[in-house]
Design a protein around this ligand. Structure first.
Ligand SMILES: Cc1cc2nc3c(=O)[nH]c(=O)nc-3n(C[C@H](O)[C@H](O)[C@H](O)COP(=O)(O)OP(=O)(O)OC[C@H]3O[C@@H](n4cnc5c(N)ncnc54)[C@H](O)[C@@H]3O)c2cc1C
Ligand code: FES
Length: 288
């Protein structure tokens, strides 16, 4: 029987600078890789280690660039593994295990309004949800994306906003406006119909028309942000079971064997990383 911890080789087909310290890697392997929005891979290199990284694009969503079964990870360089990856080039090999975990309940969102709320790097695991909705737009009600980053240099996927906003409402905010001349992106103009706001993601909740009985919300970002967003949405009348969050915990095996990711009896790697707010609110080792 194949050892589930044996890594699989992948070739880097493309690397794209995404934001400050963040790159998106397009990977391919010898088989067609299929996963669900919100799942993750353990990405690594022998002798260096592994880190859990969400899929930021997958074949299932019908992205025309991914018909060959390739997949994407958007990675911020913060430590041992991610720093090692940052010098990789197109054509290099790296290793992965996965896909793992329980992703966003997209089926449950069909025929409902969908609120996608992300902070910073939290947009990466939600991008496959956006792609899937765009590919099957008639299956969903009103769809809104509220996205905030510290400044435009930290914002992901800006070049896709114009495409997204044709079918979903975009609410974009930055905590601060930095020097646009140093931005890796084109100048941060008010090109999107919602314009650019300055302030916290939570400030934008009042701008969206929320029909609590119809809406489902997918939230990903720093835990403290998710806490305030979920509480804000509950004040708009939403129930805890219609709110979903994605949790980050340190992981080792990714398959519920080592216990590293345990969160009050839940295995974040297997039972999550996506949980309903009802499942994880108030657990002692979190801030939700
Ligand atoms: C389900 C899931 C999905 C994720 N998706 C993404 C993604 O899409 N993109 C992405 O960039 N990241 C993602 N992450 C986060 C990523 O896995 C972590 O940042 C990971 O720690 C990076 O590994 P590293 O070896 O590069 O960094 P590490 O060496 O693990 O260091 C990461 C940070 O943790 C600190 N640290 C190191 N050791 C410890 C310790 N023992 N205790 C506490 N803090 C410590 C370091 O100082 C540093 O700030 C995800 C995490 C999870 C759980
Ligand atoms: S990472 Fe080992 S149990 Fe979750």
């Amino acid at each position: 029987m194949k050892n589930p911890l044996t890594p699989i080789k992948a070739i880097i087909k493309d690397i794209r600078p995404e934001a400050e310290g963040v790159k998106t890697y397009t990977l391919s392997t010898e088989f067609s890789f299929v996963a669900e929005p919100g799942q993750f891979n353990m990405i690594g290199y022998p002798g260096v280690g592994e880190a859990p990284i969400s899929l930021s694009a997958i074949m299932q969503v019908g992205d025309s660039t991914l018909r060959d079964g390739s997949f994407k990870h958007t990675i911020k360089s913060v430590g041992r593994v991610t720093d090692f990856l940052k010098d990789f080039k197109k054509g290099d090999e790296l290793f992965f295990r996965g896909p793992y975990g329980r992703g966003w309940p997209v089926k449950k969102a069909e025929k409902r309004d969908v609120l996608i709320i992300a902070g910073g790097l939290g947009l990466a695991p939600l991008r496959p949800v956006i792609h899937l909705i765009l590919n099957s737009r008639e299956s969903f009600g009103d769809v809104s994306l509220i996205y905030g980053a510290r400044n435009e240099k930290n914002m992901l996927f800006m070049d896709e906003f114009k495409i997204w906003e044709k079918d979903i409402s975009l609410y974009i905010t930055v905590d601060e406006v930095s020097d646009v001349s140093k931005s890796p992106h084109p100048p941060f103009t008010k090109e999107w119909s919602g314009g650019i706001n300055v302030g916290l993601v939570t400030d934008l909740l009042d701008r969206v028309k929320i029909k609590p009985e119809r809406v489902i919300a997918f939230v990903c970002g720093p835990e403290i942000m998710m806490r305030f967003i979920c509480r804000g949405l509950m004040m708009h009348g939403m129930s805890q079971s219609s709110l979903y969050v994605s949790l980050e915990r340190r992981m080792k095996c990714g398959i519920a064997q080592c216990g590293h990711c345990q969160h009050s009896g839940l295995f974040v790697c297997k039972d999550g990383p996506v949980f309903s707010y009802k499942e994880v609110r108030g657990l002692p080792d979190g801030v939700l």
